[in-house]
Write a protein that binds this ligand. Structure first.
Ligand code: GUN
Length: 292
């Protein structure tokens, strides 16, 4: 069993980006600039956005952090995004999800200029991804592809089982793993809350991506010997032994699944770090495209 180490792979991505960013600046081009909008006071979202902004600094990008109250109305949020769309210094726009109830996620994602859609959530980006055209790929599935690539994990002809069908992870992951490229060429099964015989399907998987958000859901008896196990879960669970009062738990019962797997991502220290690395690549590409 080998750990897929998000710390090592994300650091390699960041080191390479830092050098490329320095080179951009030295050649008189603009510095990549990410704008992140955070609405309300969701603790997990605060942590994620803070990490994204900090990572921008680490690689020499500019970042702008826009905080709006939980009570913000849709038209004020639209106005804030349109401002960023117009701002020529901003290369990438990220609206941290989930959004408060009064705001339509679909409507907000539609307002983001597709050229600045570094999350890859705009229907234009999703459509291009489905057609295999160059575009921004959503950061979590993109980060997982980078991880598979870094460890040279064979994907061609493998049966990949993706658990979860969210627009952020499960659905794009299933499409990307089926593409005619590397990593890809998998036979993909996408499972969700209505899937019957989930255990039997999981037992057929050479690669399992667990992205359902239920801590410890994937048990050892659901995993074939030598499967590649990718854990996307990052649920906060109360833990009085931690200073923060909570621990981060993945969707995989790591202790029991790890000995059966060929490769496995830990939580924390796995996919979460890769998500940020992939977002940085998208932001760099958004900037470079503009500098052409
Ligand atoms: N919420 C959970 N994951 C993500 C992500 O990748 N991007 C955004 N914008 N919000 C998220």
């Amino acid at each position: 069993m080998q750990i897929l180490d998000g710390k090592i792979v994300s650091q390699a991505v960041k080191d390479a980006l830092k050098i490329k960013t320095e080179a951009l600046k030295n050649s008189g081009k603009k510095t990549p600039h990410l704008a992140a909008i955070l609405i309300g006071n969701n603790g997990a979202s605060e942590t994620y956005v803070a990490s994204k902004v900090k990572s921008c600094e680490e690689v020499g990008f500019k970042s702008s952090f826009i905080r709006l109250p939980d009570t913000v109305n849709e038209s004020d949020l639209v106005a804030a995004i349109e401002q960023l769309n117009k701002d020529e210094d901003i290369d990438g726009i990220l609206v941290q999800l989930p959004l408060p109830k009064q705001i339509s996620e679909a409507k907000i994602i539609n307002v983001i200029n597709p050229d600045k859609d570094v999350d890859g959530f705009h229907p234009m980006s999703v459509g291009k991804m489905v057609q295999g055209l160059p575009t921004f790929i959503p950061a979590t599935p993109y980060g997982i592809l980078l991880m598979l690539q870094h460890y040279n994990i064979e994907t061609k002809g493998k049966h990949a089982v993706v658990i979860g069908r969210s627009n952020i992870v499960g659905r794009p992951m299933s499409i990307l793993l089926s593409r005619n490229t590397y990593p890809g060429n998998c036979t993909v099964t996408i499972c969700h809350s209505h899937t019957q015989q989930l255990k039997e399907i999981c037992l057929q998987a050479d690669i399992i991506v667990a992205a359902l958000g239920i801590p410890g859901f994937l048990k050892a008896e659901m995993v074939k010997e030598n499967a590649v196990v990718i854990d996307v879960g990052i649920t906060r669970v109360a833990d009085e032994t931690k200073k923060s009062g909570f621990a981060i738990k993945g969707d995989v019962d790591f202790i029991n699944v790890a000995p059966k797997s060929s490769y496995i991502t830990p939580v924390p220290g796995g996919v979460g770090l890769m998500t940020i690395a992939a977002l940085l690549i998208n932001t760099y590409n958004a900037c470079e495209q503009k500098s052409l």
